[in-house]
Design a protein around this ligand. Sequence first.
Ligand code: ZN
Length: 253
Amino acid sequence: MYSVTILNNGEWATYGTVMYNSAYSSPDYFKIAQNFFLLEGEGKKILVDTGIDDLLDYTTPAQREQFGLTATKSTSQVLAEHGVDPSDIDILIITHLHFDHYLNARLFDRARIVINRNEYLHVLNPDNKPLLPRSSYPREVLAWLVDEAWDRVDLVEGEVEVLPGLKVVWTGGHTPGHQIVTAQTDEGLVIIPGDEVYLYDHVESLKPIGNHYDLMRHVDTLRYIRDLGGIVLPAHDPLVSQRHPTMRIGGKA
Ligand SMILES: [Zn+2]
């Protein structure tokens, strides 16, 4: 059994065309959260995705005014608030290699790093250059994964039990090697869907996101996550902190 702590760098904004498939899209901006997750169980500390620092740098003055965006917290600050040092993390699971999910990987100098094999090979393949602008795929961190972190990277495929009761499952809709995380808690199954589910609305209304690599795999993934019937914790929904005001699931017994 695991406890899951919802970590949050703050809020920022994105385009309606990113948020929803064009059938549902609007030109409006959406306020989004930057959630990542600390799991504790089996004597280990596991982090799912890395958060990003300086969120406001990714917004415009108009967005900051529209959404009342204020100062955000660095990943180190957020972890420190929970008494966790980056060196305490035993396992870093990366759902996918988009910048806002891996940019701070270099903080974790001791963790095993779990990445889907398709994802890793996709972003390192020069054939895919047109899909991989530097802004979304910071190369200095990819280079670090290949060099300094080489001995700590575990490439996985399909569905893998990382620890008892803690799984990664390849989904491949949002990015070729996207994986979600499921963890058993004493409040039920927690599902960390990465970016297959930006907002609760995507899984609850089965509306596809706008930024997908394989649309039908993404739609199948939304159905799969819905049918798992667990507690879903979207990466970017500001409602996560409202639905879970203690920011913690499991481990209370
Ligand atoms: Zn993404």
